[in-house]
Design a protein around this ligand. Structure first.
Ligand SMILES: [Zn+2]
Length: 221
């Protein structure tokens, strides 16, 4: 079972991937986590990634794809995988399909967390971080009890530079430019499911779980 989770920054994709993978016993494969682990463990790919980051360049598709392939080959006996943060571009989606095809597998389900632009911007604008204990806060149910202060340790909250309003719009524009073709790609293959991401975290999670279970049931029919 291979599930791709697509969603803009601020769509709650990472949170959902964690909840849903735990609930369904699927491996949560986040490319962000893979990059950080490879850099920390100084693997050959990790050192390559570090070179790009040191130069302030984007990690090229070929390196990202190699890292995901390596992780998938270690996947072993897991029931399936939820991919989070990958594929981000059409080229990555095609490379992923080619890699899976070699092992007789394919993407069974692509879930797109659809969230209105105005909601994304509001969520990203309200994303704060505690430099003291690394707690992360957001809007609504994830907001700190007292504005600007960490609930856990009382530290003063700061905003990540890429969550500042002027940068947020540019991040979203870039996301949609690159990822809309990925969404269309999965739609054409008949595996796309759109989930309304404006709902509560719990409701979004149960819709995703239902979609995955439905796909599993169809596969076993
Ligand atoms: Zn704190």
């Amino acid at each position: 079972m291979f599930v791709v989770l697509l969603g803009a920054p601020g769509s709650g994709k990472g949170t959902q991937a964690k909840i849903v993978s735990a609930e369904l016993g699927l491996l949560h494969l986040s490319t962000g986590d893979l990059f950080r682990a490879a850099v920390r463990e100084r693997t050959p790919l990790g050192m390559l990634v570090q070179d790009y980051l040191d130069r302030g360049e984007l990690v090229p598709d070929s390196v990202t794809v190699a890292m995901v392939r390596e992780a998938l080959s270690r996947q072993g006996l897991m029931r399936g995988v939820i991919l989070d943060g990958f594929p981000r571009t059409l080229a990555q989606a095609q490379a992923l399909d080619a890699a899976l095809e070699e092992t007789g597998k394919r993407i069974d389900l692509a879930i797109y967390l659809d969230v209105k632009d105005s909601v994304l911007i509001a969520r990203l604008d309200s994303r704060w971080h505690c430099p003291n204990c690394n707690a992360v806060y957001g809007a609504g149910e994830n907001a700190p009890l007292k504005r600007g202060t960490c609930d856990r340790c009382g530290g003063q909250l700061t905003q990540r530079s890429d969550d500042r309003p002027d940068v947020v719009r540019a991040r979203l524009d870039e996301y949609f430019r690159k990822t809309v073709p990925v969404i269309e790609y999965y739609r054409q293959r008949g595996v796309l499911r759109e989930v309304n991401g404006d709902q509560s975290v719990k409701d979004v999670a149960s819709e995703i779980v239902a979609a995955v279970e439905e796909t599993l049931a169809q596969a076993h029919r």
